[in-house]
Write a protein that binds this ligand. Sequence first.
Ligand SMILES: Nc1nc2c(c(=O)[nH]1)N[C@H]1C(S)=C(S)[C@@H](COP(=O)(O)O)O[C@H]1N2
Ligand SMILES: [Mo]
Length: 316
Amino acid sequence: MSTDNQQLDLPDGKRRFRRRMWLRGAIYGGLATAGGIGWWRWRGGDREVVESGRADVDVSGFPAPRNAEFDLDRPPTDQSVNARYTNFYEFSETKRNWAYVTQWEQQDWKLEVTGLCAKPTTFNMDDLARRFPYEERVYRHRCVEAWSMVAPWTGFPLRRLLEFVQPLPEARFVRFVSFDHKQVPGARRADDAYPWPYKEGLTLPEAANELTLIATGMYGQPLLRQHGAPVRLVVPWKYGFKSAKSLVRIELVKSQPFTFWSSVAGHEYTFEANVDPQVPHPRWSQATERDIETGERRATVLYNGYGDYVAAMYKR
Ligand SMILES: Nc1nc2c(c(=O)[nH]1)N[C@H]1C(S)=C(S)[C@@H](COP(=O)(O)O)O[C@H]1N2
Ligand SMILES: [Mo]
């Protein structure tokens, strides 16, 4: 006897019940598939996220030799995990900035170094690569939001750039200014409550510290746009917000500059902002951090583990 005949023999009620169950299954199955496809597109494929972040600029200086002095006891965070989890408030208050940066044209990028120095200079990306040989360094990165990752940066110590422009004796601080996002398609409205452009600052000794990098790349390639292409700051012993992205200006100044997050919420984000597990954020503890790839929690370390390089600058 065939299955069809079996079904035909069923009493009417049972047949209707089976059809209803089949329909229900089809509807839920369809919804689940649509939801899955939607989720997949919302999340972006691994390659899509990395490729969509690539700036359409020719950046020289790659690949750069690895400086093994900074190798860590844990591997770098996976590139696509990192690429889909960024802070970039010019684009959004989410971590999905990879989806918003795709129309950002970055040709003819210029970095102006100015203020209290003997040789103010404006560099294009080729000038930087030519004057300041790049190296690769693997650094820990700790965000004030209590997540962390490990990034292999390509770049050069900011100190080299300072030596080049020759700070004057009155220069005591360095001010960093990010790009103006008003004209960038995909960026958020510039007329919101934030004091744009994004800006940060360091004392001159902090800026001249061996660890402080001007980065032009990550994972052996030019920076992805969501990571602050084509050129950004990296200050690994401070909370991530100090590492301003997509810089257009570096200025040597006399007094402590006004900075973005300190001006938004000064009691939460201080100028110094050294990683310190003992000083809680007013709204959460800084004692531990979550690895963005593994989800593992680990203890946060004073100066993000870079005390040997930086502790002498601070009296505690
Ligand atoms: N211009 C600019 N720079 C910025 C930010 C930003 O929103 N805009 N976010 C900061 C914060 S809070 C962190 S944690 C790091 C994140 O760098 P990443 O997204 O490449 O990991 O960039 C910092 N630099
Ligand atoms: Mo951050």
